[in-house]
Design a protein around this ligand. Structure first.
Ligand SMILES: Cc1cc2nc3c(=O)[nH]c(=O)nc-3n(C[C@H](O)[C@H](O)[C@H](O)COP(=O)(O)OP(=O)(O)OC[C@H]3O[C@@H](n4cnc5c(N)ncnc54)[C@H](O)[C@@H]3O)c2cc1C
Length: 412
């Protein structure tokens, strides 16, 4: 059982953890990333990244590696109950397509990981507990690994996802279940699918489905539905299918049997290894606004800070913003102190990061939840009014402005 001391330890090699390590590296700060899995985890197959994520990827210096992914020009939302179709244009004021782009999760994670020295990501390394120790008037994090190893760090950043050990240490409980679950999958057409680049959504009472072309041979699809009264135990247990073949059958025969043939064909073409159900969870926004998102030299980023429902496709985008802003605060202190990480300053530095983030991510948690609720709550006249008059006319344009936010460069 050895003990080592690191400048920065990041828990989790997901989008948040890897992007934070890349942001710190740009300032010259070395970080050790601890990941419990044996390799990069690519559950979820693909994700959609809005312009805010691309600004962050520019700052991290990796967006050029993802240049093959094209922006989505338009979205179509079909109301399954009324048949009404709403068109959403992603064309900017000067005619450019400023739409989101779908990317393979694996490609994104590898693009980030490739920026880091090989030895800086330690796989099969699960943290089990955290404590702090005072040393010469400042705090040092003591990280206990499941293997028995103990690592000390001047700064500890929890990027360990929805069930974060680090956010529990900060005083947060488990995130809440939204009452919905989702499946994501990748459909493969070896001869090409011939579909346009537009994103298609189908929404109805308690259901939301979507699909978008990733390449000319692959389509990313998702399906979410209400799972009323289902407990966390049941969601992780036997209530929703686990075997990929059963998941595909369940979507086709139970939940999406009345969806357009095109969507069902996509589900039928799924690469089975990509299918899994996930309970959709979020943190109450007021907990993010008023909670301790940092304490002494310990903080959180990504889903560990702000789990949100995927209705605005912002979880990963916000993780990238977190990384740039956290990297900028720590990096600036490092550079100003002659390229040394001064433990005494870290509490204040992390505090500034948290204050820059908390209102924005709380707003997005709320916006995502509302967006899902308004779109999937049926076609009664009240919901129609809320959806058509309030949501699409007033709230949606504001949300789209929020997801075009530029978190700035990483220049030291
Ligand atoms: C159905 C669905 C659709 C989505 N679609 C989109 C989308 O289109 N666009 C978008 O931007 N976002 C989307 N999201 C959200 C996005 O997937 C997440 O917000 C994002 O993956 C969060 O990244 P993260 O790095 O914070 O967490 P994670 O990806 O969960 O990574 C956490 C890492 O920490 C590791 N870890 C956990 N505990 C420990 C431990 N104790 N010790 C060591 N390592 C540990 C895990 O193994 C994992 O690798 C979607 C989410 C869902 C559920």
């Amino acid at each position: 059982m050895g003990t080592t001391v690191e400048d920065v330890v990041i828990v989790g090699a997901g989008i948040a953890g890897l992007a934070t390590a890349v942001a710190l590296k740009r300032a010259g700060v070395e970080a050790l990333v601890l990941e419990r899995s044996e390799g990069l985890r690519t559950t979820g197959t693909a994700l959609i990244l809005f312009p805010n994520a691309w600004f962050a990827l520019d700052a991290l210096g990796v967006s050029h590696k993802l240049a093959a992914y094209a922006p989505i020009p338009k979205g179509y939302v079909t109301d399954l109950d009324t048949g009404e179709v709403r068109e959403i244009s992603f064309t900017g004021a000067n005619g450019d397509t400023v739409g989101p782009k779908p990317v393979h999760r694996k490609v994104l994670l590898e693009a980030l990981a490739d920026e880091l020295p090989v030895h800086s990501i330690r796989f099969s390394s699960k943290i089990s507990a955290i404590e702090t120790q005072q040393h010469e008037g400042s705090s040092i994090a003591i990280i206990h690994m499941e293997s028995g190893t103990v690592i000390k760090a001047k700064v500890l950043i929890g990027c360990d996802g929805v069930h974060s050990v680090v956010s529990r240490w900060l005083g947060f409980g488990e995130p809440v279940l939204s009452g919905r679950s989702a499946v994501r999958g990748l459909a493969v057409y070896p001869q090409g699918h011939g579909l346009s680049q537009n994103v298609q959504h189908f929404v109805g009472l308690g259901r939301r489905a979507g699909m978008v072309a990733l390449t000319d041979k692959e389509i990313f699809w998702f399906f979410s539905c209400t799972a009323k009264g289902i407990t966390l135990y049941q969601l992780q247990g036997p209530s929703l299918a686990k075997d990929p073949k059963d998941i595909q059958k369940e979507v086709l025969e139970k939940y999406a049997k009345d969806l357009p043939h095109l969507y069902r064909d996509v589900v039928q073409h799924s690469n089975l290894s990509t299918l899994s159900w996930a309970p959709l969870m979020f943190r109450y926004p007021w907990q993010v606004v008023y909670g301790n998102l940092s304490k002494q030299n310990i903080t959180v980023a990504g889903d560990a800070m702000h789990p949100m429902t995927p209705d605005l496709a912002q979880g990963g985008c916000q993780a990238l913003e977190d990384a740039v802003i956290l990297g900028r605060h720590i990096g600036t202190s490092f550079v100003q102190n002659g390229r040394i990480l001064v433990p005494k300053e870290m509490s204040e530095v992390l505090g500034k990061y948290v204050e820059e983030r908390r209102w924005r991510v709380a707003l997005l948690i709320m916006g995502s939840y509302l967006s899902g609720w308004v779109q999937q709550s049926g076609s009664g006249w009240v919901m129609k009014f809320l959806r058509g008059t309030i949501f699409y006319k007033f709230i949606s344009p504001k949300l789209f402005r929020i997801v075009r936010y530029d978190c700035g460069k990483l220049e030291f």
